[in-house]
Design a protein around this ligand. Structure first.
Ligand code: ADP
Ligand code: GLC
Length: 477
């Protein structure tokens, strides 16, 4: 098998804050079927160190950005891992990105510079006789890799692909950190990785990786517009020829309503009823004739859940109910808890709960994703697979994965969900009214659920596209 080193800051099932982890965890399985073996380099967070039973020590560094570090190798949950064990950077409790004050750890630049430096060093020197042909870099946390490769004079030994999962996060650092991050002065320039006076790790990756991808075709186009590019749209326009959008898939073993251990299993939408009943009970809601919609999300500006708050009164007036699971911004958490207090049709769980997220997809009639931007989005894909009809903003991957129930699609019986545009509370409310309309026609709604459940959401289309990209970068024919 041909060899790839995938470099990510999170990876399911070991450590996860969002969809990046799902994708980093699912890609190795998907790409093995295409003849590419992915090994994944991860930071040695406590959860990763704990999962790594009997690791092999592969390398020692006496000083990696402020302390000693070891590179470990091992296999966990079917994944081939390299783990960067650097206690001064990663051995801390709580969130992997945020300190107890809810702000980024102040040394995040060094934490992920160290990860990137190690990735470059593995590619430059190999581990024993193992060497990757391709480095698959994910988001800003791996953005500096091509700079370090250049410094190690190894840029021609390996192909680099940077995948943008979310351009909102640049990984900025003050210029005063150039030295502690082992970065060369030559790159600190608007044509390099400088961004308005700061070091920008994502920009480094966008400028110097051989190829770029993002996680949906629509987001690939949106990224080149000022409204979506977060200041890097010009950089991306300049690299348009090297940028492609490849849709994420879901892990079809973890997310399968026929075998999911967290739910009452089912093959057809009719059999969702048992799960729906339990979910209503679990959230303290009522049996009504309207749709039960679920939300499973980080509570941030991106996800547009403030818009849903505004649309709630009309939705519940039509018999709709909402169960929300999420955490994030304190103000949004508070607003949602207040909504739940004032409306018996709304129930909220603040927190992070993987099994509950499965029960919600299984019990929900619909899943609402009103994002202002959404590179791909995975929850609408889980909704399709589980027969929870997506009600989504028409943006990014949400635009590419749902067939909108417009008049033509309804007449042809091909719709799998509801899309709205522009991303406003009014447009969302109108989409929720359309959901209520179709829901009131039981057989039409069930047909929509059947189509949703049959819609392909795995990796069968996307894995060959990544394989073609790897092939175009590979160093050994
Ligand atoms: P993003 O990566 O922007 O957060 P995605 O839709 O790609 O959005 O992925 C989010 C992932 O995180 C999904 O697997 C979703 O089920 C999961 N998730 C988000 N919030 C929670 C939560 N509070 N509890 C459990 N899972 C969650
Ligand atoms: C990011 C995006 C999300 C995408 C995920 C995995 O977190 O916000 O849309 O699905 O990465 O690519």
């Amino acid at each position: 098998m041909r060899q790839v080193l995938s470099v990510a800051s999170e990876c399911a099932p070991l450590v996860k804050t969002g969809g990046l982890a799902d994708v980093a965890g699912a890609l190795p399985g998907a790409m093995a079927a295409e003849g590419w073996q992915l090994k994944t380099l991860l930071p040695g967070y406590p959860a990763v160190m704990e999962a790594l039973k009997r690791p092999r020590a592969l390398r020692n560094e006496s000083d990696l950005m402020g302390g000693p570090a070891r590179l470990l190798g091992g296999k966990v949950a079917g994944l081939d891992l390299f783990v960067l064990d650097a206690p001064h950077l990663y051995d801390r409790p709580g969130s992997i990105y945020l300190g107890p004050d809810g702000k980024d750890w102040p040394d995040n630049p060094e934490r992920f510079a160290a990860l990137s430096w190690m990735a470059a060093s593995i590619a430059a020197e190999g581990i024993g006789n193992w060497r990757p042909e391709v480095l698959h870099l994910h988001d800003w946390q791996a953005g500096l890799v091509p700079v370090y490769l250049h410094e190690m004079e190894a840029a021609d030994r390996v192909g680099t692909l940077l995948t943008i999962h979310n351009i909102a996060f640049h990984g900025l650092a003050p210029a005063s950190k150039l030295k502690s991050m082992r970065l060369p002065q030559w790159g600190f320039h608007p044509e390099g990785f400088e961004f308005y006076g700061q070091i920008d790790a994502l920009k480094a990756g966008l400028k110097f990786s051989n190829k770029l991808s993002t996680v949906s075709p629509t987001y690939a186009r949106e990224l080149m517009l000022p409204e979506f590019g977060m200041g890097l749209d010009g950089v991306l326009r300049a690299r348009q020829a090297d940028l492609v959008g490849i849709l994420n898939g879901i892990d079809g073993i973890v997310w399968d309503p026929k075998t999911d251990p967290a739910i009452a299993n089912y093959k057809s939408p009719k059999k969702k009823a048992a799960n729906r009943g339990r979910l209503i009970e679990e959230f303290g809601l009522a049996q009504t004739d309207g749709p039960l919609a679920v939300v499973i999300s980080r509570l941030t500006e991106q996800k547009g859940l403030d818009l849903l708050l505004q649309a709630l009164p009309e939705f519940v007036a039509r018999g709709g109910q909402v169960a929300l699971l999420g955490s994030g911004d304190a103000a949004l958490e508070k607003a949602w808890m207040e909504a739940a207090e004032s409306m018996p049709q709304v129930s909220v769980r603040i927190g992070y709960d993987e099994p509950l997220s499965h029960r919600m997809m299984a019990g929900g009639d619909a899943v609402i994703v009103p994002s202002r931007f959404e590179p791909c989005g995975l929850t609408q894909l889980y909704g399709l697979r589980y027969g929870a009809i997506p009600v989504v903003a028409m943006t990014g991957g949400l635009a590419d994965t749902v067939i909108n129930a417009n008049d033509a699609a309804v007449a042809a019986d091909v719709a799998t969900g509801f899309q709205f545009h522009p991303v406003t509370a009014d447009a969302l409310e109108a989409a929720l009214m359309r959901l209520c309309d179709v829901y009131s026609n039981k057989s039409a709604f069930e047909r929509m659920q059947r189509r949703a459940m049959a819609h392909p959401v795995g990796w069968s289309a996307s894995a060959p596209r990544y394989a073609a990209l790897y092939e175009s970068l590979g160093t050994h024919p």
